[in-house]
Design a binder for this molecule. Structure first.
Ligand SMILES: Cc1ncc(COP(=O)(O)O)c(C=O)c1O
Length: 407
């Protein structure tokens, strides 16, 4: 692939001082246009189970695992804080690349540990008044709901709920659902970029346009978006964007990102231990105490790996695996898919009509060695399969064949 050379050059940069040279020969021999070959860059599960739940947390390529281990060793070989400080240029470089990845200014992003932390930095950072209103939908993530319920108890905010049925609602229905819930007291709209159960890509730019027209801020929960497909946060037009890098970007567990629009930084009071003179600075979100330094030190390798494949090619591949799965089951009348069957990427949820889908989950695991995730949608149980580059077409076909046998 055309950017392979820059990948290898980039690796030399992020490998500086690390004993990871053995990977270079392997990477030089990879056919970057061959997905089966690329899948060999991920570790094999010794148990033989095939992981179709890379949506909860991504599978890391071996090079990323080895990079974390090498950084961890380097940190302890001397003194962790001093070694980390010495790597500040690599962290800054990674931040710059992440800012480019979502098309924002680097001065508006902070590395955090995950989406939950990023969202709580915003939700617990806003100075709420009693009766301020927040609009959120039924397809948003439970922990976001939990935070809002705490804020309701603590400050008396009002939660307005948009009832969505993604099996039925058109894009216009979705936007209209939000429109119907806003009023003069609405301070914030929260919306998932990709829903965690159906895997549906939501019209977040249209929701933001609606909100901005009424001077309402928008917080996008992008847990499943970054590293999954191309994202332009400026185009979306939200004030806050939260994501995890350990899902679709396959970063080490405990890597996340928060974007805050420039004019919104100063008015947030996140639960971090920043100094008073940092009130206007994005860095205030990073004062979380000691954390796993080696994870952030590995981000450059993570981004090198993704660049070697190319995000466009990767996102086409993830959707193609999902499509292969949907098409492979399309003729089976008992199979019901969740969501609108149009706006999806590497996540697909399905159920088998007339069967106990909890039992289906166990059968797929125990009898066939396929691990999926159970998800409840409007009190009905589905099984969710998520597809990333550690998987091959053959494994997707094997999963299809197993489900047909179970039906
Ligand atoms: C939509 C959504 N938001 C937030 C989260 C929380 O992500 P994390 O555990 O990385 O903070 C998840 C996790 O799966 C999610 O699916």
């Amino acid at each position: 692939m055309s950017n392979r050379r820059s990948f290898l050059k980039g690796l030399s940069y992020s490998f500086a001082g690390l004993p990871l040279g053995s990977h270079l020969a392997r990477l030089q021999s990879i056919d970057w246009a061959d997905w089966a070959d690329i899948s060999t860059l991920y570790p094999r599960n010794a148990s033989g189970l095939i992981n179709f739940n890379c949506g909860s947390a991504g599978v890391q390529p071996t090079i990323v695992l080895d990079s974390v281990a090498a950084h961890q060793k380097a940190l302890s070989a001397f003194a962790p804080y001093e070694v980390y400080a010495h790597h500040q240029d690599i962290i800054d470089h990674s931040k710059l690349r992440l800012a480019q990845l979502i098309n924002v200014n680097v001065e508006n992003i902070a590395l955090v540990r995950n989406t939950t932390e990023a969202i709580n930095d915003v939700l617990f950072g806003i100075l709420w008044n009693k009766d301020d209103e927040v609009v959120i939908s039924t397809v948003d993530y439970p922990s976001v709901w939990n935070s809002l319920k705490t804020l309701k108890k603590r400050y008396g905010i009002v939660i307005r709920t948009v009832l969505l049925d993604l099996n039925e609602d058109s894009e216009q229905d979705i936007v209209n659902g939000y429109r119907a819930k806003i009023n003069k007291r609405t301070r914030l709209i929260i919306a998932a970029h990709v829903t965690h159960r159906e895997g549906q890509i939501m019209p977040v730019a249209k929701i933001s346009t609606l909100a901005n027209a009424h001077n309402i801020d928008v917080l996008i929960d992008g847990a499943h978006a970054v590293g999954h497909f191309a994202i332009d946060v400026q185009k979306i037009g939200c004030q806050y964007y939260a994501t995890s890098l350990h899902k679709w970007l396959s970063a080490p567990l405990g890597c996340g990102l928060l974007y805050v629009q420039k004019d919104k930084i100063a008015s947030l009071y996140p639960p971090t231990s920043y100094a008073a003179n940092q009130q206007d600075l994005i860095d205030k979100f990073t004062w979380i105490g000691t954390f796993a330094f080696e994870k952030w030190m590995t981000l450059d390798t993570v981004l090198d790996f993704q660049d070697s494949i190319g995000l466009t090619a990767k996102s086409i591949r993830l959707r193609a695996m999902s499509t292969r799965f949907r098409e492979g089951l399309a003729e089976i009348p008992e199979i019901i898919f969740a969501g609108n069957q149009k706006d999806y990427g590497g996540i697909t949820a399905f159920r088998i009509e007339g069967q106990n889908n909890s039992k289906v989950f166990s059968q797929l695991m125990d009898d066939y060695g396929f691990h999926l995730k159970k998800v409840g949608i409007q009190k009905v149980l589905y099984n969710r399969a998520s597809f990333n580059l550690h998987l091959t077409d053959m494994q997707v076909d094997d999963l299809i064949a197993a489900i047909i046998e179970v039906v």
